[in-house]
Design a protein around this ligand. Structure first.
Ligand SMILES: Cc1cc2nc3c(=O)[nH]c(=O)nc-3n(C[C@H](O)[C@H](O)[C@H](O)COP(=O)(O)OP(=O)(O)OC[C@H]3O[C@@H](n4cnc5c(N)ncnc54)[C@H](O)[C@@H]3O)c2cc1C
Length: 423
């Protein structure tokens, strides 16, 4: 049970300011409106230009396994030596990253993985139905399709190590079936025959465009009277343990409650609400190819390459990899080029000539769980950030849970594993 539930609104609904117009902020805003609140979304950038713009668009409900798994520490030297590997670390950023990295490695202990995967399972439950409802309200149901996804392995060693993770998924109730190469190619004829095997997750869904999902939901919020303001939030006016106003570089905005959903940039704002969180970023890249020369029916994922290949309305997106390099350094576009090379390994007929490239900042806590709960020192502030690899997947679910918190209702799941104070 919550020990510090915000005290809005047992009485009449109020005005809630939501910082961040990524998928998390927009979903929170809509869920709050459904409770009768007036909402103002605030972002320093144009709508949906953060991580929510260019992700791989998969509602990855099978992701009950954290990023750090037992034995990942063995990869640290490789992470440092290969700047183009699927998981890499920038040397220059190592001093700042070390505390995060140590926590990340601690989260890979078997007992921690077990605990984290239970928390992920609870959060992921209901992720797709929550979206269906939201998109239906927005008149954009067609953006969500459920055709499952395939995890493909090029080596026997990769396949073997994945079987252990699939076993954990299985224990968490994830529907998963091992596939032969012939079965995989029957489902996705564009796949190379040079594979060791793979897995199929029939319950996974994907969006035809994550940006269109976000824009449709933002329009829904506006249609119901929500405002979207372009402002840089720098802090809060707090009196007697309650946020009275959001302070921006231009002005201050009075509110009855606030939600911090500022993605990878939420750390400073959380600090201003009294809590230090080890939030960092796992930078990722994509290539989107309007005319890829191949057709996929569903996303195909490669853990070995850290890459998802998703058929979108606008073409094929090759997205993923993790670069631990902090929120400031310029992109290393060679990493995006590697995606093209890996794409060709999986799909020999792929044509990458027309690809556009992008880099985004996953907001990541070292234990692969978001911060989702009340701010410890401001009773009417809710923190909702750090969704890492699962921000799109968990958007609608997060919105509902945040609305519960703002209303002071018991949340549908135990939120203790997501407390900002867990570190
Ligand atoms: C390559 C890649 C592939 C991915 N694939 C998937 C996938 O397939 N499925 C999935 O579920 N997830 C995926 N993700 C993760 C997902 O994209 C993120 O977890 C999610 O977008 C985070 O959403 P957000 O709303 O928290 O952050 P963002 O979308 O980054 O939004 C945060 C917003 O806050 C604003 N902001 C920050 N600070 C301030 C401030 N001080 N004042 C005002 N505004 C501020 C920013 O401008 C930004 O617009 C992927 C990520 C990457 C990089």
């Amino acid at each position: 049970m919550l020990t510090n539930a915000p005290d809005l609104p047992a009485g009449p609904p109020g005005h809630v300011a939501v910082v961040g117009t990524g998928i998390i902020g927009v979903c929170c805003a809509r869920a709050l409106q459904r409770d009768g609140h007036r909402v103002t979304l605030i972002d320093r950038n144009p709508l949906g230009e953060g991580a929510s713009f260019g992700n791989s668009s998969v509602l990855a409900t099978e992701s009950v396994v954290p990023v750090a798994t037992p034995g990942i520490w063995r990869q640290v030297p490789k992470m440092l030596l290969d700047p183009l590997g699927p998981l890499s670390l920038r040397w220059q950023y190592l001093p700042q990253l070390t505390p995060w990295l140590l926590r990340f490695l601690a989260a890979s202990r078997p007992e921690a993985v077990e605990r984290i995967s239970l928390a992920l399972q609870a959060l992921l439950d209901d992720a797709i139905p929550s979206y269906r409802q939201l998109l239906k309200d927005a008149g954009a149901e067609e953006l969500l399709v459920r055709r499952g996804w395939i995890a493909a392995y090029t080596t026997e060693a990769g396949l073997q190590s994945y079987r252990r993770l699939a076993e954990l998924q299985h224990r968490r109730g994830v529907e998963v079936a091992e596939l032969s190469v012939a079965e995989m190619r029957q489902m996705e004829p564009a796949l190379t025959p040079e594979l060791a095997g793979g897995f199929y997750y029939p319950q996974v869904a994907h969006a035809l465009d994550p940006q269109r999902v976000l824009l449709a939901l933002a329009e829904l919020v506006q249609r119901h009277g929500g405002r979207i303001l372009r402002r840089d939030v720098v802090g809060f006016r707090v009196a007697e343990g309650r946020v009275e106003a959001v302070e921006t570089t231009d002005d201050s905005l009075d509110c009855d409650a606030v939600v911090v959903a500022a993605g990878a940039w939420s750390k400073e704002l959380a600090k201003r609400l009294g809590v230090k969180v080890p939030l960092d970023t796992e930078r990722g890249y994509h290539l989107t190819i309007p005319t890829p020369g191949i057709a996929l029916s569903r996303p195909v994922y490669s853990t070995e390459f850290g890459m998802a290949c998703t058929p979108l309305a606008s073409g094929l997106r090759l997205g993923g990899t993790v670069e631990l390099g902090g929120p400031v350094a310029a992109p290393n576009w060679k990493r995006a080029q590697v995606l093209a090379k890996r794409g060709l390994q999986l799909f020999p007929d792929l044509d990458t000539r027309e690809a556009s490239r992008w880099m985004g900042f996953r907001p990541s806590l070292p234990d692969s769980l978001p911060v989702l709960g009340p701010a410890p020192r401001a009773s009417n502030a809710v923190l909702a950030f750090g969704h890492g690899h699962l921000g799109l997947t968990l958007g609608a679910r997060t919105g509902r849970l945040v609305a519960d918190l703002v209303a002071g209702r018991p949340a549908a799941i135990d939120l203790a594993p997501f407390a900002a104070t867990r570190f």
